[in-house]
Design a protein. Structure first.
Length: 329
């Protein structure tokens, strides 16, 4: 039997063990206990199954560190990304979108959220060829989309070239600059330095000088433009729809608008006359002209017009159109 001293010592040992292991006071590790079978509070704390980790991104956010220089070099793009904030590149995109009249919704300045994504998509929809999105709108700001945003004059974008429907919509335009720019763009959607758009403008000038091309109305560029049978782009004869909905961010539209401003502003002499242009008053699409022409033995060129062969002269081609005058060479 244990004496009183031994009983007292045993009770003291149990009390000490209880203090050291408050959550497991009934279980005391001793030399005979299997290691690891009884968990103390320390083992519970180190058990990974009991730890809640913060969610960390698995990769770098797509817009992080992207600069405008990267985009212009074609190295990187900007896209929907709410993790990257205060991005200077995103701010530049948002500034241009807002300047051109596209709302970015409630997006924070510098964050490419759903509002910015929607604005980019609307801009691409309005300028599919210019932004390289003919085969689908993606909402990604790459080189083409950024350059279109960057290079477009905001005042012109909001003033001219808005979508209209049909001939009645074109005739309802109040600005002569808008009308003539649409005519030039619709007849020659080409910004290259090939004289195409300038030749269309000079045809207008030639007709106004000659007179008789305004359909009985006053001899103005606007009346000449809308005279029946004169310019297919404004009468829907070619049905390409370019004049009704020009890509306002395209270089071709910007060039047509610049020419129209000079023409309506009485500065025709500032429009470069293509080499070989000799006041021609007519033009057809080059392919159509070639399909309906013949060359006689003496070199006289004739075209089939309304079922009859007609002599033409001063034949020159610029920007996909063949310009000519009626008469023997």
């Amino acid at each position: 039997m244990l004496n009183q001293v031994q009983i007292t010592l045993c009770r003291l040992q149990k009390s000490v063990s209880s203090i050291q292991n408050p959550n497991n006071s009934s279980k005391i590790l001793n030399s005979s206990s299997p290691v690891g079978k009884t968990k103390t509070s320390e083992t519970k704390k180190s058990d990974p199954s009991n730890v809640v980790y913060a969610v960390k991104p698995t990769s770098t956010p797509p817009n992080q560190g992207v600069t405008i220089a990267d985009i212009e070099a074609g190295k990187k793009t900007l896209k929907f990304d709410t993790q990257t904030t205060n991005s200077s590149a995103v701010k530049s995109v948002q500034d241009r979108l807002k300047a051109l009249g596209y709302s970015i919704g409630n997006d924070a300045y510098g964050t490419f959220g759903s509002g910015t994504d929607s604005a980019v998509r609307r801009f691409q929809e309005d300028n599919k060829r210019t932004t390289g999105c003919e085969n689908g709108i993606d909402g990604i700001v790459g080189k083409k989309t950024w350059l279109a945003l960057r290079d477009t004059n905001a005042d012109d974008y909001k003033t001219y070239g808005k979508k209209v429907s049909g001939v009645s919509g074109l005739k309802g335009l109040s600005s002569d600059i808008d009308v003539i720019a649409r005519l030039i763009y619709g007849e020659c959607n080409d910004a290259r330095d090939n004289g195409g758009q300038e030749a269309v403008a000079w045809t207008l000038i030639s007709r106004r000088k000659a007179g008789g091309f305004s359909g009985g109305e006053p001899n103005t560029y606007r009346n000449i433009a809308f005279a029946p049978g004169q310019f297919a782009a404004l009468t829907n004869e070619n049905e390409n729809g370019l004049a009704e909905a020009p890509e306002r961010a395209s270089a071709a539209w910007r060039k047509a608008l610049d020419i129209a401003k000079k023409l309506i502003g009485g500065k025709e002499n500032q429009i470069a006359k293509p080499k070989g242009f000799t006041d021609q008053k007519y033009f057809w699409q080059a392919g159509y002209f070639d399909e309906n022409k013949r060359i006689l033995a003496n070199g006289q060129v004739q075209i089939k017009m309304d079922g009859n062969w007609v002599n033409v002269k001063d034949v020159e081609t610029f920007g996909g159109n063949t310009f000519f005058n009626l008469g023997r060479k």
